[in-house]
Design a protein around this ligand. Sequence first.
Ligand code: NAP
Length: 433
Amino acid sequence: MTAAIGLGLLGVGTVGSAVVRALAERATYLEKTTGRSFEIRKALVQDLTKVRDVPLEASTFTSEINEVLLDDSIDIVVELMGGVEPANSYLRRAIESGKHVVTANKEVMATHGVELMALAAASGRDLYFEASVGGGIPLIGPFRQDLAANQIREVHAILNGTTNYILTKMSSGDADYKSALAEAQHLGYAEPEPENDVGGHDSAYKLAILASLAFKSDIRPQDVFREGITNLTPADFRHAAELGYSIKLLAIAKADADDVEVRVHPTLVQKDFLLGQVDGVFNAVRLDGDLLGRAMFIGRGAGPEPTSSAIVADLIDLGHNIHRNEHNRIPLSFSPTTRVRPIAAVRSRYYFRVWVQDHPGVLAQIGTVCGEESVSIASVIQKEIDETAGRAELVFLTHEADESSAQQAITRIAELEVVAEVASCIRVEDLAE
Ligand SMILES: NC(=O)c1ccc[n+]([C@@H]2O[C@H](COP(=O)([O-])OP(=O)(O)OC[C@H]3O[C@@H](n4cnc5c(N)ncnc54)[C@H](OP(=O)(O)O)[C@@H]3O)[C@@H](O)[C@H]2O)c1
């Protein structure tokens, strides 16, 4: 009989528990398909007294990392703890101890993935991380392997289910940001401390991973321009809808001959395109490859079962490798010299909403400022009039302009005496058919 593949789990929380259950339920299938069975030999947790709904003996649990790393019967370390440290050090030590690794950790892969992949390659070990972006949606495999013949030119993605849920709620017209967030927290979609999601950090980690794979470049989270969703108001959703747009927290990556741009921010995106219709906790990734053209992946970007789907698939692939003693079949390399375009030089269209004194000549003054800053106005609509305050609300859509010009124009518009307030400024992305 061929020896079982020994697993060491780091973390048996939401995802870890689902992985243990999925492995138990599929034990026969896994053995049939890979030629080897999988056995969880150790499971690292913080709190040994916690009651856990998983089919594991009490003696499997440990709170001592060396019991996993020094156990020669463990072939694969599956890291499901989260956070950068100590997860990154544990993964590094696991590889150095001769183990293969699987991780769902976007923070580690975005900040240290390039070094970990190089270490794994130099050590003849495998590193799998399908669950780190998009939960159960297959993305790392396709970006790494199935799309390899393409030059990927653009990625537009919704990579965070929590914010997409909040934005979907706000677009329905019956919630402002605060109440939509409260509902997401009540349903368990948002953390009590939501900054990681609503501030766009989580999306930036995932975009750094996807853009690195897409453009074969070493792109880190700090390269990604990031703006969260906390300033969006119901009025923006109403006006965007009237103009034919949804508002999504888009993760955008584009490459041309000289540099790449990577950014995460609220974006007006056409409502009649599939990406503009991806609602609730769903995630989506739309890409443009030179051979394939446009393609899109949609699905559940989080949750224990969808995430365990990706992790168990990684284990199956790794099981095949171990059975055949073949590793690093698809080596990756990342150019360290790719230039990331500063946000000031990025070009975009803009939506902005301004409250002005309800006087003649206001539009001309705003138009003059825009003209002087090389921002060309595509359309302007008067939305509301507040007669008591003598104010009117104007919504502008611009043609494509440099970010620096658009920001300079907005600053100068806010300083005009006839302007009471620039209430919002949101970038617009017109997707091509
Ligand atoms: N949840 C999702 O839907 C989802 C989706 C995609 C990817 N992910 C990723 O999957 C990973 C795990 O997420 P999760 O939601 O399962 O987290 P979780 O429920 O908080 O579970 C974390 C587990 O790791 C253990 N742990 C944490 N720090 C530790 C330390 N220093 N030493 C030993 N054990 C430690 C915890 O032990 P105790 O149980 O004793 O506290 C717990 O078992 C994260 O990287 C996350 O980003 C999650």
